[in-house]
Design a protein around this ligand. Structure first.
Ligand code: GAR
Length: 195
């Protein structure tokens, strides 16, 4: 990421599909006096995404993208990222896969949060699979997005122990809590380290 000059804040777009707790934590982080990011645009592929309420509450511009046609959807995404001079994209529960067109335009400038200790448990239903496999630990990962699913360079991870009484639901809840803490820390690390 290029160095920031003066008081200029990095313009971030957060992509969501649902609940938006990670969006909320990134918005809270951006409000810190010392924060160097501004959440300038929220993009959702789902007009009913609960997380949109955080954009509205905080008067952040948001855009709902109809994904019936992926090419048209991505054209619109690229247009609005450009219009809003977005420097960095944070995927936060965005359940669509971006094609090379977007990935190349924002090369090494797209982060994602995933609810497992990558490279283990890429893809969906991570908590269920972790329980079935009787893992002792799980966690979450913030990583750079590349063309392979959940495989880009890891920025930061947090590990938690799995208890005997845990099931997929309790695990989801416990992991989400640490996700919300990890994402801002990972953004901070990404901005100040050389990736
Ligand atoms: C989070 O658990 C996130 O890690 C996951 O979706 C949830 C979104 O929660 N993302 C993925 O599974 C991506 N492969 P949120 O809407 O409350 O931030």
């Amino acid at each position: 990421m290029e160095k920031l000059n003066g008081n200029k804040k990095l313009r971030v777009s957060v992509f969501i599909s649902g609940r938006g707790t990670n969006l909320k934590s990134l918005i809270n982080f951006s409000k810190n006096k010392s924060s160097t990011i501004k959440i300038s645009l929220v993009i959702s592929n789902n007009k009913k995404a609960k997380g949109l309420v955080f954009a509205k509450k905080n008067k952040i511009r948001f855009l709902i993208i109809n994904y019936n046609n992926k090419k048209v959807a991505e054209n619109k995404i690229l247009l609005y990222l450009n219009k809003n001079k977005i420097d960095l994209i944070c995927l936060a529960g965005f359940m669509k896969i971006l094609t090379k067109r977007v990935l190349n335009r924002y090369k090494n400038k797209i982060l994602n949060i995933h609810p497992s200790l990558l490279p283990k448990y890429k893809g969906l239903n991570t908590h269920k699979r972790v329980i079935v496999n009787k893992e002792k630990f799980t966690g979450c990962t913030v990583h750079l997005v590349n063309t392979k699913l959940d495989s880009g360079k890891i920025i930061l991870q947090k590990k938690i122990r799995i208890f005997k009484k845990d099931n997929a639901k309790t695990l989801e809840k416990r992991v989400l809590k640490i996700e919300n803490q990890l994402y801002p820390k990972a953004v901070k690390k990404f901005l100040f380290a050389n990736f």
